[in-house]
Design a protein around this ligand. Structure first.
Ligand SMILES: [Zn+2]
Length: 228
């Protein structure tokens, strides 16, 4: 038996990145390659409510009253979840923390369990390129084929290469203005967390404008330094 392979304090990773930066893809890679479990706040809450745990019942009461579930409840649910057997190899947090206060409370809770944030991985994007990337997307309504103004234009304008339909569809919230304001909101919200985790010495930056395979390579190399 190799004791080092079963750490008593499973690593905790955080993935930070704007919508469209490929967080989901990278989280799935980390799950597959390292046996980590991705924990998103929404999934955590739903599972706790369904399971009827104390914290889950508290969350249910708040949500039914139309309120926002407090940090204390989210942390209690997260603490229960981290102790579950399937999290023994480590977890990736998605969507929590969102504020410095939450990050501090999370650190306290983890410290009580002998754990800590081992790495906060920041997927860095170029905003202008992100707008081009996201706002250029459209799909064929008939067959679902995906296209892009810059990177994958159909051979005949507005006509699907695959099925010949002329039924291209753009998502209303993929327009440049909306994408830019989403990015602005993301940067505003994330800047304090970047500062917080930089101070803690755990922030790791990855260029998310590279090819997906290169991003995966970079994140995998980072993960190997903290995952036993
Ligand atoms: Zn088509």
């Amino acid at each position: 038996m190799d004791g080092a392979r079963t750490p008593q304090t499973p690593p905790v990773l955080i993935l930070l990145g704007p919508p469209g930066a490929g967080k989901g893809t990278q989280a799935r890679m980390l799950e597959k390659e390292f046996g980590l479990v991705q924990l998103s706040t929404g999934d955590l809450l739903r599972a706790a409510v369904a399971a009827g745990s104390d914290a889950g019942q508290a969350a249910k009461a708040v949500m039914e009253a139309g309120g926002l579930v407090s940090d204390d409840i989210v942390l209690a649910i997260l603490r229960d979840r981290l102790a579950a057997g399937d999290c023994a190899k480590g977890v990736i947090l998605d969507g929590f923390p969102r504020t410095t206060a939450q990050a501090e409370a999370l650190d306290e809770m983890l410290a009580e369990a002998g754990q800590r944030i081992n790495a906060a991985i920041l997927l860095e994007v170029d905003d202008v390129k992100m707008v081009v990337r996201i706002a250029g997307r459209f799909t064929c309504r008939a067959c679902g084929e995906g296209y892009h103004d810059t990177f994958k234009a159909p051979k005949v304008a507005d006509t699907c290469d695959c099925c010949g339909a002329q039924a291209m569809n753009r998502r209303a919230d993929d327009n440049p203005k909306t994408v830019m304001s989403r990015l602005d909101a993301y940067h505003e919200q994330t800047a304090p967390l970047i500062a917080y985790y930089t101070d803690k010495g755990v922030l790791r930056r990855v260029d998310a404008m590279q090819e997906i395979a290169a991003i995966q390579g970079a994140i995998g190399a980072l993960a190997r330094t903290v995952v036993a």
